[in-house]
Every structure is written in C-alpha cells, then in structure tokens.
Design a protein. Structure first.
Length: 145
C-alpha cells in the first residue's frame, strides 16, 4: 500500500512538472515591422461674428460701446486674430462717416464655443450735411483674419 501511495505521488508530481514546463517554456523570434494608416483632417469654417444694435450715434458724437459675439460652428479650435467692423453705406448715408475700433482678439475659440469682445463705434463729423443718416439703422459688417 505504501508503494502505491509513493507511485501515485510520483505520477502526480510528474504530471505537475510537465504542466509547468509546457506553460513556462516558450520561445519567440524578434523582428521589425512596417505599416501604414490614415487619418482625415477637418477643414476650417467661417467664424460667426454679430452684434446687437448699439445706442444712438450723432455726427462728431461720443464713442458708443458695442459687444461683438464670436461663435465657432466647427468641431475644432479656430484662431481669431483681429476683428474689424465697417458700416455699410445706405443711400446718401456713407459708411465712411462711421469709425469702429478694431479688436485685437488673438485667441482660439473651441469647436462649438463662443466668446464676446468689446469695442466702440462712432459717427465722425464729415464737415458736410449728414442729414441722409437721420433715423436710419446702420448695418455693421464684421470680419476677422
């Protein structure tokens, strides 16, 4: 009986040793590789610039503050440099009779994000009749680079 127990123990140890050897023993080769992949890059889109109507302007009058809304409709960050505004001529009311201070923004706007920037608009004194502007609502065209 003692002999059978020893034989079983030897058999179990042999099976265990073989199992460990098969798990622990492996070999491999080293090599190098190459491959290629691709990634598409999006494109820029136009930044949306807008403002609410500003206060009343008079020839040679004071600066009137205006807030410009900056909106990025694209998915990626976009850089906005200087924001400029010009007043559109309407009939005999010349856009050149108005001045808008440029905004040095120089920042990125996140995709889907928005921000605001402040500037001033004024009606200059043209040393001529500016009656053609009386009562008009002038349009400011905003642009950025």
């Amino acid at each position: 009986m003692k002999f059978l127990k020893q034989k079983k123990l030897v058999a179990i140890l042999a099976v265990l040793a073989l199992a460990l050897a098969s798990v622990g023993a492996y070999a491999y080769f080293t090599t190098t590789g190459t491959g290629a992949g691709s990634a598409s890059v999006g494109t820029s889109s136009t930044i949306d610039l807008s403002s609410d109507p500003v206060g009343t302007l008079y020839p040679g009058g004071s600066d009137v503050p205006v807030t410009v809304d900056i909106s990025n409709p694209s998915d990626g960050f976009q850089y906005v440099g200087t924001i400029s505004g010009t007043v559109t001529t309407q009939g005999g009311c010349l856009g050149s009779w108005f001045a808008i201070d440029p905004i040095t923004y120089n920042a990125q706007v996140a995709g889907g994000g928005s921000d605001t920037a402040n500037t001033n608009v004024r009606m200059t004194n043209a040393n001529a009749s500016q009656d053609a502007c009386k009562g008009l609502t002038m349009v400011i065209a905003w642009s950025s680079n």
